[in-house]
Design a protein. Sequence first.
Length: 279
Amino acid sequence: MATDETPGNDNRRKELPAEVPSAPVEPADAAPAQGERQPLKGRQRLVEALWPPRVTRPQLIVALLLFVLGLGLAIQVRSNNDSSALRGARQEDLVRILDELDDRTQRLEDEKQRLEDQRTGLENSSDQAEEARKQTVEKERQLGILAGTVAAQGPGITLTIDDKKGSVEADMLLDAIQELRAAGAEAIQINDVRVVASTYLSDTDSGGVRVDGRKVGKPYRFKVIGKPQDLEPALNIPGGVVQTLEKEQATVTVARAEKIVVDALRPAKRPDYARSSSQ
């Protein structure tokens, strides 16, 4: 029996190792089997985690509390903005506003003192009937001035508005009247028309202004009785009557006077239905 003898070999039979079966390799882009879910990408996983939202009851309560807190803060901020409207005003404007408030307070105090003096005079007068008659006459005179049925005179100002461009409208003159009344004007006359509580202003189709239905010509001349130191600054405040009229290219002149005569009268109209409740 022949043997294979090779020099340097240990006469051992060399055998090849058995082949190990390898796992089949699938291509990367192989389609998933039917019914098998395809792996999600990062963006798809994020969308799936956020929608639909899964809100629990504690989260809902916290969201509601945060909404109420935010609403409260918004209201508070708005309130602070409204109350701090004067913070941006200039120092001279604040001083003027304080002076006007002081003047109004003083006028109310004077009126209170006058009424108290009348009451005291009635209580202490030996002839109460005569004292009551005098006070009635004085009250009638005061009411006549307010109603425009009697003439009045006293210190005040004149306001002249020269509207050559025809751009001044009724609402601008009404703003002037309201500003003068707020500053303590006691009697006002525009050209030859007396201004009272029931006075109304309107624009005309041909240009111009009507006061209580009567057309007043240009320039518009206001005669105002009151404290000049209050009336003039009230018209000249920044953004006030004078600046508004000058923006409309009107020429405005304000002058103080020691004596202003308001002599335009209105007829005393008897009311149709109203009667004194003391009768």
